[in-house]
Design a protein around this ligand. Structure first.
Ligand SMILES: Cc1cc2nc3c(=O)[nH]c(=O)nc-3n(C[C@H](O)[C@H](O)[C@H](O)COP(=O)(O)OP(=O)(O)OC[C@H]3O[C@@H](n4cnc5c(N)ncnc54)[C@H](O)[C@@H]3O)c2cc1C
Length: 374
């Protein structure tokens, strides 16, 4: 981590924690693995993060957005799969820590912090993505149980998760969405992988008369939309941080490359057009990090309704990161496109961040609404 940590958004404890994590990651923990099997790589990263006692920050209360932002930026810089292992504990665990009963918390969260449990968050369906009101997985209450039928898809950690925070329809309208804790081994639930562009375990979940006890409901029946929005609201800024980590890595690797690559009687770094690109990469990265740190700082000082700031950070950071990584690959030339090169990996890993947890266009909608409501 660099001098940006010295900005007044952070306290000394956060600064030294981020620096230690960065040194650990660089020297010992995540030697930039080439991901062959995303599921296995994620489980390996989860064990490593557990040993480093990092996972407690994903699920612990009080929950600090600044801590989560710093951790994701550092992890994504060194290993996007380690970042994914970290954040999925939060995405699956934050709804339980915010809305779960004491019994539900005890059932899931200590295991999530120790890496024994691997968590996931399942809301997207083939016909319901950006528009969550369209969620239709059917959960019918029969006696003391809910009987589930339908399909989820594009769910991270399918194949490796032990527990899902699951959203299903128990009635009509926004008050008809409910959240459940689903143990992965539940009878009547089937999984299928959906390999994607990035190193990311992803898949479909089929429900065929799968049964969950009424005690699996998070909060009260009908609170699903509130739980989903509260969770995504917290996590959105951390997606920006992950994008910034990947973009920062791309810029560092690019600087190494351009200063070594000889051409036209000097190095690529001597070329004025290359310098212009490098300057724009740095300006976009700094802007993204400042927006992200602002949103995290505002949330941590108690302003937990920050849709505008979080939306601006997520939209700008993910779009800028894609641009920065693309330019880094461009300056790396043909070998940057070769499978396994750091530029090729970042190019694939960054792509979904502009889509998941609210696509860029959804963030634009959120930002405009927040301004117009003021
Ligand atoms: C790698 C990856 C991991 C994922 N992990 C999870 C997970 O763990 N759990 C989970 O539940 N889901 C997950 N998802 C799903 C993800 O959240 C959805 O893909 C996302 O919400 C978009 O939904 P959709 O794919 O159905 O696209 P749609 O909702 O059909 O949207 C398609 C496109 O339309 C555009 N768009 C949307 N709204 C507007 C608008 N108002 N105005 C203009 N344009 C608009 C956007 O460009 C958007 O990309 C993951 C997806 C990916 C790719």
């Amino acid at each position: 981590m660099d001098e940006m940590l010295e900005l007044p958004f952070f306290n000394d404890e956060q600064r030294s924690f981020a620096r230690e994590l960065d040194v650990n990651a660089r020297n010992h923990i995540w030697p930039d693995p080439e991901v062959v099997d995303p599921g296995q790589a994620l489980l390996t990263a989860l064990r490593t993060l557990a040993k480093a006692e990092v996972l407690k920050f994903a699920v612990g209360e009080p929950w600090s957005l600044r801590a989560n932002v710093l951790i994701r930026e550092v992890l994504a810089y060194h290993s996007p799969i380690a970042d994914l292992a970290f954040v999925m504990q939060g995405l699956g665990g934050v709804p339980i820590s915010m809305f779960g009963s004491d019994e539900q918390k005890a059932q899931v969260l200590p295991g999530a912090a120790s890496g024994e449990h691997c968590l996931a968050f399942a809301i997207t369906e083939p016909e319901a993505g950006s528009d969550l009101t369209r969620v239709s997985l059917h959960a019918e209450k029969i006696g003391d149980e809910y009987v589930l039928n339908g399909t989820k898809h594009l769910v991270s950690n399918v194949g490796v998760a032990t527990h899902f925070t699951l959203f299903a329809r128990t009635g009509e309208g926004n008050k008809g969405l409910s959240a459940f804790i689903l143990p992965a081994s539940t009878a009547g639930v089937e999984y299928e992988q959906q390999p994607g562009v990035s190193a990311h375990p992803l898949g479909r979940i089929g429900f065929d008369d799968a049964k969950l006890p009424a005690s699996a409901v998070l909060g009260e029946p009908g609170m699903g939309m509130k739980i989903a929005l509260a969770t995504l609201g917290r996590m959105r800024t951390t997606v920006a941080a992950a994008a910034n980590g990947m973009a920062r890595r791309a810029l560092d690797e690019c600087l190494l490359h351009v200063t070594q690559r000889e051409m036209f009687g000097g190095t690529l770094a001597d070329q004025p057009i290359a310098q212009g690109i490098l300057a724009e990469m740095r300006a976009r990265l700094d802007a993204s990090r400042l927006l992200t740190y602002r949103a995290a700082w505002q949330f941590d000082k108690g302003d937990d309704r920050i849709p505008l700031e979080a939306g601006v950070a997520k939209w700008q950071s993910t779009e800028n990161a894609q641009w920065i990584i693309d330019k880094a690959l461009q300056l790396a030339g043909g070998k940057g496109t070769l499978k396994g090169s750091i530029f090729e990996r970042l190019y694939r890993d960054i792509r979904p961040l502009r889509i998941y947890e609210g696509a860029s266009e959804v963030q634009q909608m959120v930002i405009a609404r927040a301004m117009l409501e003021d």
